[in-house]
Design a protein around this ligand. Structure first.
Ligand SMILES: [Zn+2]
Length: 472
């Protein structure tokens, strides 16, 4: 039996019942990573939200067809149309080609998804493998009078598209007046954006293609429209991303898709809020862009982070602190321990839930269907564990919910609870050792290492950072 999902729609700024366009499946498009470096945990908060969305839809009985792109070309440093291509920046940094950078960080991304128990969308489509379709879309827009050519490329004329900026509720008139500076030579309106950029010096870029307008590469926004419409049709149900995509990237996706087809592109836009760091912004310059590896170096597992994301609605800013992650780790450890004990006390397989079990499961399902309220789902999890239900029945409910929670309860309870945890004082010692090394106090560093070893752990210096593990 299908149950409806209620989801906050950025278009209407309200929670709406999802009514899909086609009865057989819900179509979901997700903006994927720009693969020029490692993704940070802020990005992964959004990817976890999207994974939960798809799993909740399935749990509620819907079939889902989901597509994600891999941005491996054309995303410029400014998010607009200026600056270098991020892939070229990565290539210079690492002394390899842009192609190598793209494949390297796509692989990193896939490894991270696995560690977070995020299902890999199928299909996952690389921008560089859809250049023909992107060129065809630019051609359509030019034929219909929405695009114009200037010296550095082909641009979308935002003044020709009446609903431009509606998603972000942009005050176009107000912004036009203030934004006359910083316009590329020949650009007609400040919000016009590149559909196709011409290579400044053909032959110098690693990634460039021939087109009717000259050798160049696609604008960043174009790939998502081309891929979404090819894989899912001109109209899709749900389109997801981070809130930072609203004013530019998604605004431009709507303009170019709807201008090309004359139909509404997306019914429901769903956006995840930012992850804050100690109450402030994450940024490279502040050095607080943590990767999953950085968490693992401190003894936290990717699933601890997944647990942390469930403590707040995807629509609120979530404040990341090490203390908060520690609490999430403790909670997950408690959950594994509880499941392990239930498994030990459970005697038979159960084919049916009692009325009470059914009631608790429904309660969790109502919470997830209410705009993905995972904090409430988690409180039902604890309610199930503390309830008077027999062990077999508790397990049945918990395993069912784990289809969404994705903690690998069945697999991990026994194994992880004992093996994975590195106590906090050991992590503190490791940190002190690193600090000592950083200021070349080698004797102090060695003393800390010996202390760690005496406690039954050892320090491993690996090519990708320092780790501490329990001695076998
Ligand atoms: Zn996109």
């Amino acid at each position: 039996m299908k149950r409806p999902l209620f989801l906050f729609n950025t278009l209407s700024r309200s929670v709406e019942k999802v009514m899909q366009l086609r009865p057989e499946e819900v179509t979901v498009y997700t903006c994927g990573p720009t693969v020029y470096g490692e993704q940070h945990i802020g990005n992964y908060r959004t990817f976890i939200f999207e994974d939960v969305l798809v799993k909740v839809l399935r749990h509620l009985g819907h079939s889902v067809r989901r597509v994600m792109n891999i941005t491996d070309v054309g995303h410029l440093v400014s998010d607009g149309d200026e600056g270098e291509d991020k892939m070229e920046v990565g290539a210079k940094r690492e002394g390899v080609s842009a192609w190598d950078v793209a494949r390297r960080y796509e692989q990193h991304f896939l490894t991270d998804l696995k560690a977070l128990n995020i299902e890999v969308p199928n299909p996952l489509v690389r921008a560089t493998e859809t250049i023909d379709r992107q060129i065809a879309l630019v051609q359509t827009l030019q034929d219909k009078g929405y695009a114009y050519v200037i010296s550095d490329g082909v641009y979308f004329d935002s003044s020709t598209f009446p609903g431009y900026g509606d998603l972000a509720r942009l005050n176009i008139a107000g912004q036009q007046a203030g934004a006359r500076v910083n316009m590329a030579e020949g650009k007609r309106n400040p919000h016009d954006f590149a559909l196709w950029k011409l290579s400044a010096e053909p032959g110098k870029r690693d990634m460039e293609w021939k087109s009717p307008w000259g050798v160049g590469f696609p604008g960043w926004h174009l790939e998502c429209s081309a891929i979404a419409m090819h894989e899912l049709g001109d109209q899709i149900d749900i389109h997801t991303g981070g809130v930072d995509h609203i004013p530019v990237h998604h605004t431009n996706e709507i303009a170019q898709s709807e201008a090309a087809t004359g139909k509404p592109f997306v019914k429901y836009w769903a956006h995840a809020e930012f992850l804050l760091m100690d109450g402030g912004k994450m940024s490279k310059s502040l050095g607080n862009l943590y990767t999953l590896e950085n968490l693992e170096e401190r003894g936290f597992s990717p699933l601890d982070f997944r647990m942390l994301t469930y403590t707040a609605s995807y629509r609120s800013k979530l404040n990341f602190t090490w203390e908060a992650l520690q609490s999430a780790q403790t909670a997950l450890g408690r959950l594994y321990k509880a499941v392990k004990e239930l498994e030990e006390n459970s005697k038979k397989d159960l084919d049916k839930l009692s009325e009470h079990g059914e009631l608790l499961l429904k309660k969790a399902e109502t919470a997830m269907a209410d705009d993905l309220n995972m904090a409430s789902v988690m409180s039902v999890v604890w309610e199930v564990i503390g309830s008077s239900l027999p062990a077999e029945e508790k397990l049945k409910v918990l395993y069912a919910l784990d289809g969404v929670l994705s903690f690998d309860l069945q697999k991990n309870a026994t194994f992880k609870e004992s093996a994975r945890e590195i106590p906090e004082y050991i992590r503190d010692l490791l940190e002190k050792r690193q600090e000592a090394r950083a200021v070349h106090k080698w004797e102090d560093a060695d003393a800390f290492r010996l202390e760690i070893e005496a406690a039954g752990y050892y320090v491993k210096d690996t090519s990708d950072g320092v780790k501490v593990e329990a001695q076998p």
